[in-house]
Each structure stands twice: as structure tokens, then as C-alpha cells.
Design a protein around this ligand. Structure first.
Ligand code: CAA
Length: 248
């Protein structure tokens, strides 16, 4: 909680398409929102743009791949604002390519940014949540962690790993009023998806029953839902939001 008794929400990878929409939605909901970044210049520009639109989002520097860097970031948040009540593990990257061509660094970068980051960030906030008997951990996975995607062994492995993390941590912290859930977006209109070659992307969109990419606000709305006090009986769950691309 901050000094005004507002719950504090931290979104990692805040300056990306999904992160931006999540910050805006959580701000609308009345949370004290902090956006994590790694690139200072980009973050300051991002913050100024949001401020001009009426969103007061604080920014905090931290490399989610680095356990100690995250530790410093969380300590700074605690001194500056208060303790984190809602953590959205959203930071993620792609380094697509067939495994037969994949470099070791493309493997490690994706596992570090998309999966080890979830441990690094959650580990630093979980004890405080246990003490205060409240918390919301929301992990942003992917449809490609539920099924395979040609060219994404690294990404699929990391995103699938999140599901195991969510389910197990949910069991461990349920009695402390902390919920842990996963959201698995399909193809959403972000820079990450727009970087997929157009021809390949068109083929993918053709496989989506809704016939379009998802909107970032649609995923943000689900984050808002899971962050709320009213969803305290939902934990260990995975929410698909993919336009019907993968049903099971
Ligand atoms: N299924 C089967 N074969 C495929 C294929 C597919 N989906 N895609 C490519 N191939 C085959 C081609 O037909 C070609 O075969 P031949 O060599 O026999 O002709 C071969 O693979 C070409 O592969 P290359 O290794 O030469 O690679 P490329 O330069 O064509 O690129 C790729 C391959 C990087 C995987 C590219 O196809 C690509 O970017 N695909 C999209 C991957 C994707 O969906 N990424 C999601 C990013 S967004 C995201 O991740 C957000 C989220 O959560 C959803």
C-alpha cells in the first residue's frame, strides 16, 4: 500500500505494447502503478507521453534477468512508495528461429528474460505478501506455451515453464491470501507480433477463428480482473485469450 492506502501494482516490461495497456488499465482502476524498464531514455519518453494522456505512472529501473538488480529495484520501491501488492510478470522477448539454427545466446536470453525473470521478481516480493496476507501474482505467458510454434523452442519452453511455476506457487501461498495466475495471450497487435514476417503473420491470423489479432486493452482488462480483491478464489488458473486459435 502507498501513503494514500492505494494498492501498489508493479508491471515488468512496462513500456511494451501489452505493458503500456496494463499500466493504463490498472491506473484507471485506482492502483498506484509502477512500470519497470531497462532502457532509461525510452522509459522517460514513455512516461512523459502517458502523463500527457492523463496517466501518472511511476517508472523504476531494473533488469529482470538479474536477481540482484531486481532486489535493488524492489528495495527502491519500498523506500519511495511502499510494498508491492500486485506483480505482473510481463517482460518478455522473442529470438525466433529453428532449433537447428538457434544460438546458445538466443536460447539463454529468452529463458532468462521470459522465465528466470519470473523467479527473480516474484522471489523479491513474495515474503512481503506473505507477511501482509495479500498478494496478486499475474504471469503473462502465451498461447505458444500451451501448444508449439514453429521457430520458438526457446519461447515455448519459457512460456510453458510459467504454467508449472504458477500452479505450484499458487498451492504454496494460497493460505496467505495470495493468488497466482497465468494469462496466455494469443497473437496480439504489438510490435513483437508485427515483427513476424507479414506473410507468416497472415497465415497465422487465418488460423484465428475471430479473424483478427487481439487488442492490448483486451489482455489488460483480464489483468485488471485478476488483480482485483474480488477474484480471491481464483488461483493456479490459466486464462486463454486467443480469439479461439487454441481451444482444448
Ligand atoms: N510449419 C512448417 N514449416 C515451416 C513453418 C511452419 N509454421 N514455418 C517455416 N517453415 C519451413 C519453411 O517452409 C522452410 O522449409 P524448407 O527449408 O523445406 O523450404 C523452412 O521452414 C524455413 O526455415 P528457415 O529456418 O530458413 O527460417 P525462416 O527464415 O523462413 O524463418 C521463422 C523461420 C523464424 C520460424 C519464421 O517463419 C517466423 O518468424 N515464424 C513466426 C514465428 C512466430 O509465430 N513467432 C511468434 C512471435 S510473437 C509472440 O511470440 C507473441 C506470442 O506470445 C504469440
Amino acid at each position: 500500500m502507498d501513503a494514500n492506502n492505494k494498492r501498489i501494482a508493479l508491471v515488468t516490461g512496462a513500456t511494451g505494447g501489452l505493458g503500456t495497456a496494463m499500466c493504463k488499465e490498472l491506473y484507471h482502476d485506482g492502483y498506484h502503478v509502477l512500470g519497470n524498464y531497462r532502457n532509461k531514455a525510452k522509459a522517460e519518453e514513455w512516461q512523459a507521453k502517458l502523463k500527457a494522456e492523463g496517466f501518472e505512472i511511476e517508472v523504476v529501473e531494473g533488469d529482470v534477468c538479474d536477481f540482484d538488480s531486481v532486489g535493488r529495484m524492489i528495495a527502491e520501491i519500498e523506500t519511495r512508495v511502499g510494498t508491492v501488492d500486485i506483480l505482473v510478470n510481463n517482460a518478455g522477448i522473442t529470438r525466433d528461429g529453428r532449433l537447428s539454427k538457434m544460438s546458445q545466446s538466443d536460447w539463454h536470453e529468452v529463458i532468462n528474460t521470459n522465465l528466470n525473470s519470473v523467479f527473480n521478481c516474484t522471489r523479491h516480493v513474495i515474503e512481503g505478501m506473505i507477511e501482509r496476507k495479500f498478494g496478486r501474482i499475474i504471469n503473462i505467458s502465451s498461447v505458444n506455451g500451451q501448444r508449439g510454434q514453429f521457430g520458438q523452442t526457446n519461447y515455448s519452453a519459457a512460456k510453458a515453464g510459467m504454467h508449472g511455476f504458477t500452479k505450484t506457487l499458487a498451492m504454496e501461498v494460497a493460505k496467505y491470501g495470495i493468488t497466482v495466475n497465468t494469462i496466455s495471450p494469443g497473437y496480439i497487435a504489438t510490435d513483437m507480433v508485427m515483427a513476424v514476417p507479414e506473410k507468416v503473420r497472415d497465415q497465422i491470423v487465418a488460423q484465428i477463428p475471430l479473424g483478427r489479432l487481439g487488442g492490448t486493452h483486451e489482455v489488460a482488462h483480464l489483468v485488471s480482473f485478476l488483480a482485483s480483491d474480488e477474484t480471491s478464489f481464483i488461483t493456479g488458473a490459466n486464462y486463454s485469450i486467443n480469439g479461439g486459435q487454441h481451444v482444448y
